[in-house]
Design a protein around this ligand. Structure first.
Ligand code: FCB
Length: 450
């Protein structure tokens, strides 16, 4: 048995997002979000599932926080639904929406669980979408106003504020590939959306500094993945470099270096209309942050498409590897590679793994047992990768499992179970999976015992 201890004060967390768990889409004055609209549009979501009920967390949050306490989590990442706070995006705020998050954070405090609040995990007020959504620059300003309101009014301690969750996914899944809300399919739009999200992030960081919330910290969460070439051929190496530019550097560079990566900007400009960037944008986007949140699940293996101005490559899935129910390769080393690379190329900046986890076909067994050895194996491998990165000097301060509870997995509806806790949707009963009990032990010894 080897022991791998983590630093004192390490965040042992789990993460969720408002639309995926809350339900109660109209409660207490909440406005419609683009996910309410999208999931109710026939054919968009697996079996036409919606988040109308989800995990009913809006009403069962107290029970859920108690479960977090029983696992021993010392941190919890959740997101705030913008249309609960500003039902129409801007204008008049809705105090009773804010009260929900006050009750939640208060319950967390009573269990000594630190709060990590994401301001935007994809549920844009529909009213703003009707005015162009994120392709409209004004949305960045509305976002900063919403953020400033929370910095002023959420009078409970929030350890980490995360402005935007995964701008890449919002831009491309929502606006180029059309599989997420609002379902657009235009690359130029996606590029604009990406830019305005970064702008909104920077403006929110500025508002945060103004609000002077003591020791609290602000950052952003990016979905990042190492990109590997499928062979040593120059074409595959180049495909991997470009794909890395497209997936990773396109967001990291403007945040930490003040400009988009030149190599990719040239390629994109030959094919699409580039977003209009005002003179001040670069500095706003690069406004210094306190930490970077990283979501990572896998690596990406690519081969060249042979097309001149291609920047994504063809994904390759070798048959002899293990995959999760999402079809994502189990590749723990990805996280080590990523953490050390981000530290080397963009540090020093404190890092948090704000999401990592796996979907498997879990089944509720007799007596409520849910045996999920593959998830335990997955989490253990990735946590060991975190430990190795810390040993190499990477300032990694916490790890949040995706996710606390089985929930609405976007276009996949309820067909994918990522939770540490099994949710029986018809009864809304929760059952701790074996992985939750395993995680509890890891947390209690502040490390792995392998
Ligand atoms: C991430 C999302 C999160 C969840 C996981 C599986 O892209 O941030 O909401 O869907 O993937």
């Amino acid at each position: 048995m080897a022991k791998y201890f983590f630093p004192n004060g390490f965040h042992w967390g789990a993460a969720t997002a408002s639309y995926q768990i809350e339900g109660s889409p109209e409660a207490d004055g909440k406005g419609e979000s683009i996910w309410d609209r999208f999931s109710r549009s026939p054919g968009r979501i697996w079996e036409n599932d919606t988040g109308d009920i989800a995990c009913d967390h809006y009403r069962r949050y107290q029970e859920d926080v108690t479960l977090m306490g029983s696992i021993g989590l010392n941190a919890y990442r959740f997101s705030i639904a913008w249309p609960r706070i500003f039902p129409a995006g801007g204008g008049r705020p809705n105090e009773s929406g804010l009260d929900f998050y006050r009750r939640l954070v208060d319950a967390l405090q009573q269990q000594n669980i630190k709060a990590a609040a994401t301001l935007y995990h994809w549920d844009l007020p529909q009213t703003l979408q009707d005015k162009g959504g994120w392709r409209n620059r004004d949305t960045a300003r509305y976002f900063a106003e919403y953020a400033a309101y929370l910095f002023e009014k959420l009078d409970l301690p929030i350890d980490l504020w995360i402005t935007v969750n995964e701008p890449w996914v919002i831009a491309y899944m929502g606006h180029a590939f059309g599989v997420h809300a609002p379902g657009d399919t235009d690359f130029g739009t996606a590029l604009k959306v990406g830019h305005n999200l970064l702008l909104g992030h920077g403006l929110a960081v500025k508002a945060f500094r103004k609000a002077k919330r003591g020791p609290e910290k602000i950052g952003i969460t990016l979905n990042l993945a190492p990109i590997h070439p499928n062979s040593d051929s120059e074409a595959d190496l180049e495909a991997a470099r470009r794909s890395d530019g497209f997936m990773n550097r396109w967001y990291l560079d403007p945040l930490f270096k003040g400009s988009y990566p030149q190599d990719l900007a040239e390629i994109l400009a030959r094919r699409f209309e580039m977003p209009q960037s005002e003179k001040e944008d670069a500095a706003i986007i690069a406004e210094p942050i306190d930490f970077l949140g990283i979501n990572n699940y896998t690596r990406v293996l690519v081969e060249s498409t042979g097309m001149a101005d291609d920047f994504m490559g063809n994904p390759v899935n070798p048959p002899d590897r293990e995959y999760t129910e999402m079809g994502w390769e189990v590749y723990p080393d990805a996280l080590f590679e990523l953490l050390t690379r981000v530290h080397r190329d963009y540090g020093p900046i404190p890092l948090y793994v704000t999401e990592n986890g796996a979907a498997f076909d879990d089944e509720l067994g007799v007596g409520g047992a849910v045996n999920d050895p593959r998830r335990i194996n997955y989490l253990q491998g990735y946590l060991l990768a975190c430990w190795r990165a810390i040993e190499e000097g990477v300032p990694l301060n916490g790890y949040y499992v995706w996710t606390l509870l089985d929930n609405f997995e976007w276009a996949f509806g309820y067909s994918k179970r990522f939770g540490l806790i099994y949710v029986d949707y018809p009864s809304q009963k929760r059952y701790l999976k074996k992985s939750a009990l395993w995680y509890k032990e890891v947390i209690s010894r502040n490390g792995l015992d392998i």
